[in-house]
Design a protein around this ligand. Structure first.
Ligand SMILES: NC(=O)c1ccc[n+]([C@@H]2O[C@H](COP(=O)([O-])OP(=O)(O)OC[C@H]3O[C@@H](n4cnc5c(N)ncnc54)[C@H](OP(=O)(O)O)[C@@H]3O)[C@@H](O)[C@H]2O)c1
Length: 254
């Protein structure tokens, strides 16, 4: 028995990293998956991998800042696969970093739109489809930054990701009575292209690994398994949570 048999899922940020790994795991666990990001070629490669492994997926390329794209993803889930049960709203960027007086208003707005407004737009259009199925699971990718730890130079990122936790709690309270759960995953450092771009030397990678109690960073698959937990029957009493999947970076002081 697979964990997501007969379920339909949307995964954003699927062209890379955590979203790519989660799309493959969801499909392996029986879900039909709508995979979303801007880069069509990467999405096509993902769909080919899923199909070759015996799964089902369809790609839709677009920008999560665009409301029409959120609507189109839900329409695709319904049109191609008959409904929607799970949405992993995972797309995100680090955005403009630096001392706060130097951060541009456009950089701030872009980070908030990509990381936070996109999640609102996703949920807004996913909720009616989830209600049509009698319930479902909304999952957002936040981070420990801005929740358990303040870091210099990350004001827009931290604010956008902390905003996701407020959104998650509000959705959980609003939709719990209707059978929809809403949760946020808070990763520590994960070995994805975004992480590698930020930490491009062995020294930097070793420093970041050392910040974690487990003295290493996560693989994308470890985050995919956490998303699977929140998507599946294993977590039926979990809602409104900010789930740290951070290798102990939040509590570690050595
Ligand atoms: N890696 C870490 O250490 C870490 C730690 C904490 C939290 N996170 C969060 O985890 C999530 C996934 O990150 P990752 O590490 O897997 O990074 P990644 O490999 O860079 O993947 C980011 C994904 O988001 C998509 N995306 C970005 N902007 C988009 C937009 N405007 N419209 C549509 N898709 C967009 C990208 O696709 P396209 O470029 O093709 O559009 C890509 O698929 C993010 O929300 C990130 O903030 C990551």
């Amino acid at each position: 028995m697979t964990a997501l048999a007969a379920k339909v899922a949307i995964v954003t940020g699927a062209s890379s990293g955590i979203g790519y790994a989660t799309s493959k795991l969801f499909a392996r666990e029986g879900a039909k998956v709508v995979v979303a990001a801007r880069r069509q070629a990467e999405l096509d490669a993902l769909v080919a991998e899923i199909t070759a492994a015996g799964g089902e997926a369809v790609a839709l390329a677009g920008d999560v800042r665009d409301e029409a794209f959120s609507e189109a993803l839900v329409e695709t889930a319904i049109g191609r696969f008959g409904g929607l049960d799970v949405a992993f709203n995972n797309a995100g960027v680090l955005g403009e970093m630096g001392a706060t007086p130097d951060v541009s208003l456009s950089g701030w707005r872009d980070t908030i739109e990509t990381n936070l407004t996109s999640a609102f737009l996703g949920a807004k259009h996913q909720i009616p489809a989830l209600l049509d199925r009698g319930g479902g699971s909304l999952i957002f990718t936040s981070t420990f930054v801005g929740y358990t730890v303040g870091m210099p130079g990350l004001a827009a990122y931290a604010a956008s990701k902390a905003g996701l936790i407020g959104l998650t709690q509000s959705l959980a309270a609003e939709l719990g009575p209707k059978g929809i759960r809403a949760n946020a995953i808070l990763p520590g450092a994960v070995d994805t292209p975004a992480y590698r771009a930020m930490n491009d030397t062995a020294e930097a990678r070793s420093f970041v690994a050392g910040l974690h109690a487990l003295k290493r960073i996560a693989t994308p698959d470890e985050l995919a398994r956490s998303a699977l937990y929140l998507a599946s029957h294993a977590s039926t009493f979990t809602t409104g949570s900010a789930l740290l999947v951070d290798g102990g970076v939040s509590i570690n002081r050595t």
